[in-house]
Structures are given as C-alpha cells and as structure tokens.
Unconditional design. Structure first.
Ligand code: NAD
Length: 296
C-alpha cells in the first residue's frame, strides 16, 4: 500500500482564498478591514521569523496587521497591561501573543488577559474550556489543532466512532486536538512522555496525530494499515548533504509510514501551512463577530 499524501499546502491555499473572499465580502457589507495585532516580547529569532510569515500571509488576504515588540525585560504587569490595551482598540479584531515568552513571564496569565472575542489563537482559558465542555463551542479553536481537523475532514477521514490516538498533550497542540476529536465523536487516547507501550497504542489508531517534537519517533510498524496519519512535528536534524547543513523532518518516519498508512501529511507541506491559514480564518471571524455585534 502507498499512502495518499494529504497536501496541506494546497488545502491551506484554498482556505486563504476563502478568507480573502470573506474579507472582501465583509468590507462590501460595510464591515471593517480585519485587523490583527501581533505581540512579540523579546527578540527570539524563530518567533520573529514565524511572525513575519504570519504578517505576510495576512497582508495577502487583506488583513491589516499592527506589529508590536516589547522589550525582553518587560514585567508581567507591563505585558498584561499592553494586551489589555489592545483589547480596547477598535481597529484590532484579533490579538496574537507569540509564544514562547521570555523565561520569568507567566504565559497563561498573559493569555488570560486577551479578550475572548479577540483570542484568535484560541488559547484563552474560556475558549479552551468551551472546547472541553459538551454542548458548548469556543469562539476560536487553536490554529494548529483546527488545521489538523480540516486536513482530516478534507481528506475524507471518518472520525465518528473511529479510534484516534494523539501523541503529545501540550496546551497548544496535543490537548486541544484531542478535545476536538472527542467533539467529532472519535474515541481518543492521549499519550505523553510517561505513557508505556506507546507503539502498541498507536497500532490501534484509525487516526494518528503525532505532536511530540521527536524526529521520526513513529516508525512504519507503529501504524495500523490504512490509518490516517497527521504529523504535526517540525524537527531540525543535521544533514551535511544539504546547503543549510540540516533538514526538517516530522515526528513520523515518513518513508516507512507511506508503505502502511492510508493517508499521511508530509513535513514540510502538511500541518505547517494550515496553522497560518487557521489564524487568518480566526481573524476574519473575529472581525465578523465585531461587525455583527456593532450592527445588532
Ligand atoms: P511540547 O514539547 O510542548 O509537547 C510535547 C508533548 O509530547 C508532551 O506532552 C510530551 O509529554 C509528549 N512526548 C514527548 N516524548 C514523547 C514520547 N516518546 N511518546 C509520547 N509522547 C511524548 O511540543 P508542542 O508545542 O506540542 O509541539 C510538538 C511538535 O509539533 C514540535 O515538533 C513542534 O515544533 C511542532 N509544532 C508544529 C506546529 C505546526 O504548525 N506544524 C505548531 C506547533 C507545534
């Protein structure tokens, strides 16, 4: 068997086109130009690169960005006050605080200061709580987990009644993706670094989501034949044969997995592009919510 490749780049391009059309439609009915405020505390180069990519993608679909960089030595109170101020800015519909923040700052406390109707990353405890609660929906779903779900749905995976295994229980990927899968009627097992027999558990999965940050941890013989595999991992491994001296691999040994899985996302070109697309979708949604409330 050779797995079908789930083309995240192509699906993300479709979503970006949908968002661009949505932005035009919103402005066409008298709504605002969606505005996204980005906040970088300190000067982490990787964070700065991610933010640049997000801003470029936003500009391409007609979302205006307001970029803010706070000094690495900013206090908890200063960062929280700044985020709270953005909450009052009517031009800003979405607020993105780039993580990780410098050591010493309490990220969760900062995220909790974001107004939930501007929480386009979906990390506010209220939005996460609504994701966990039966019968309630969050205003925004975190972008990477939302991207995983879209890839599963658009690739035709059946979630209802399926057995899903999520590797990783982080706040930004593993845990919210597990909650989303439960909302879609899958039976979900979440594995983490202390889980015994991870290989055997993975082997039972119709849907396997790997979000551990361990290069090629998941081998071909961990995968149930025909399973759908979503590889969230982005890992840099040394490769002297490349110009940069390294290459990017996922959490799944792709070349082994394609012989067993039914469908699989590549790295790069799978989940990565979906994360940015999800942010754009959420920002448009935030602007639509603001407009609907102002005209209600
Ligand atoms: P994290 O370090 O916060 O969490 C990793 C999780 O994996 C933890 O819950 C840990 O217990 C678990 N884990 C570690 N080793 C394990 C093992 N051997 N078996 C089972 N579980 C194990 O990482 P994160 O922020 O969730 O990110 C995970 C990966 O996803 C990273 O490679 C990261 O770069 C990538 N990522 C990609 C995107 C994207 O847009 N594609 C977005 C966010 C994160």
């Amino acid at each position: 068997m050779t797995a079908r490749i789930i083309d995240g780049k192509a699906i993300a391009a479709e979503i970006r086109a949908e968002v661009a059309a949505g932005v035009k439609a919103l402005i066409g009915r008298g709504g605002p130009v969606p505005g996204l405020a980005t906040v970088l505390v300190g000067d982490n180069p990787a964070s700065a690169t991610y933010l640049r990519a997000k801003r470029t993608a936003a500009a391409e679909v007609g979302i205006v960005t307001f970029d803010h960089q706070l000094a690495g030595g900013s206090t908890q109170r200063e960062v929280e006050a700044f985020v709270a101020e953005l909450g009052e800015d009517r031009r800003v519909h979405g607020i993105l605080v780039q993580l990780p923040m410098p050591t010493g700052l309490d990220e969760q406390s900062v995220l909790a200061r974001i107004r939930i109707e501007k929480d386009v990353d979906g990390f506010h405890p209220m939005n996460l709580g609504r994701l966990a609660k039966k019968g309630s929906d969050p205003l925004f779903v975190p972008c990477t987990p939302a991207g995983c779900l879209i890839l599963l749905k658009r690739s035709g995976a059946r979630l209802e009644g399926s057995r899903a295994v999520v590797l990783g229980r982080s706040n930004i990927v593993g845990m919210p993706v597990a909650l989303l899968l439960i909302k879609h009627d899958a039976t979900v097992t979440v594995c983490h670094s202390l889980t015994p027999s991870v290989r055997e558990i993975c082997h039972e999965a119709d849907v396997l989501i790997a979000a551990v940050g361990q290069p090629e941890l998941v081998r071909g013989d961990w995968i149930k034949p025909g399973a759908t595999v979503i590889d969230v991992g982005i890992n840099q491994v040394e490769d002297p044969s490349t110009k940069r001296g390294f290459r990017i691999v996922g959490d799944v040994a792709f070349q082994e997995a394609i012989d067993v899985a039914g469908a699989i996302t590549p790295v790069p070109g799978g989940v990565g592009p979906m994360t940015v697309a999800g942010l754009l979708q959420n920002t448009l949604r935030a602007a639509e919510i603001a407009h609907d409330r102002s005209t209600a």
